[in-house]
Design a protein around this ligand. Structure first.
Ligand code: SAM
Length: 248
């Protein structure tokens, strides 16, 4: 069911905010359910069509969406207007819209044609400034640099750290300057908060959040230099936006 995605906002309690960034598809132990993979799940047309509504139409979903977009705007604020940005994965174009509104051109890349169909429909008003491409992000590792900047949002938390590094490295490989990504940051405070959630019977945050040390490793091994970090809702969510530049 669609509610097996990372953020079923309709059911979210305040303490459950970190489900915004963490897949509820995983077991408490942090492994995928056997029949679920992020590269296949979103190819289902019904899931793609419901994605925005299920996650961002409740009050808490709208608040989170707005704050996340504000963090994305801050992360890209120094980029010259009309830059060419890779949004990978673009999904339904939720964050591509923010980048387009900032005056940039965006290529929305995703492995799911169904998600990109929704994105194209939503962003039709931007005409040629929003292009889409169906592809596996990992294949960018074989391509030349072609983008001024890149956004990699709401996907890394689905993978173990080694796959996160490969995924983000592929994005960086195609990018000349700025790379912004988000992840769930697994700090001592957030671990405590998760324990409280578990005690209250909430589903444990799952998937693959990263510790501060893993964040440093991810950034370094992807060839990035961190420039700023934005916590979307510090007390109730692990969601963190990392603004980086390609290393020298
Ligand atoms: C939760 S959505 C996030 C979309 C968007 N960035 C957002 O923040 O709303 C995750 C997306 O990752 C895509 N995806 C998963 N694995 C992928 C891969 N290897 N290459 C390209 N897209 C992938 C899925 O198809 C899905 O659309």
């Amino acid at each position: 069911m669609a509610g097996t995605d990372e953020s079923d906002t309709a059911k979210r309690t305040v303490l459950g905010w970190d489900s915004d960034m963490n897949s509820q598809n995983s077991t408490a132990g942090g492994r995928y359910k056997k029949n679920w993979t992020p590269s296949e799940h979103y190819k289902d047309t019904k899931i793609a069509e419901q994605y925005d509504k299920e996650r961002f139409s409740s009050v808490s979903g709208k608040v989170f969406d707005r704050l996340e977009k504000a963090a994305i705007r801050r992360a890209f604020r120094d980029l010259p207007a009309d830059s060419l940005i890779l949004d990978a994965p673009s999904g339904t174009g939720r964050l591509a819209e923010t980048l387009l509104e900032m005056g940039h051109r965006v290529v929305g890349l995703d492995i799911s044609p169904a998600m990109l169909t929704v994105a194209q429909r939503k962003l039709a008003r931007f005409g040629e400034r929003y292009q889409t491409r169906v592809a596996d992000v990992n294949d960018l590792a074989l391509e030349p640099k072609q983008f001024d900047a890149a956004l990699c949002a709401r996907v890394l938390m689905h993978f173990p750290i080694e796959e996160q590094i490969a995924f983000l490295s592929a994005v960086c490989h195609a990018t000349r300057r700025t790379v912004v990504f988000n992840q769930s940051l697994d700090t001592t405070y957030q671990r405590l908060r998760r324990q409280v959630k578990r005690m209250l019977g909430n589903q444990a945050p799952a998937s693959f959040p990263i510790t501060p040390a893993e964040a440093r490793r991810l950034i370094q091994e992807a060839g990035l230099i961190e420039q700023a970090r934005y916590h979307v809702l510090p007390l109730v969510s692990e969601a963190t936006v990392f603004a980086c530049r390609i290393g020298d």
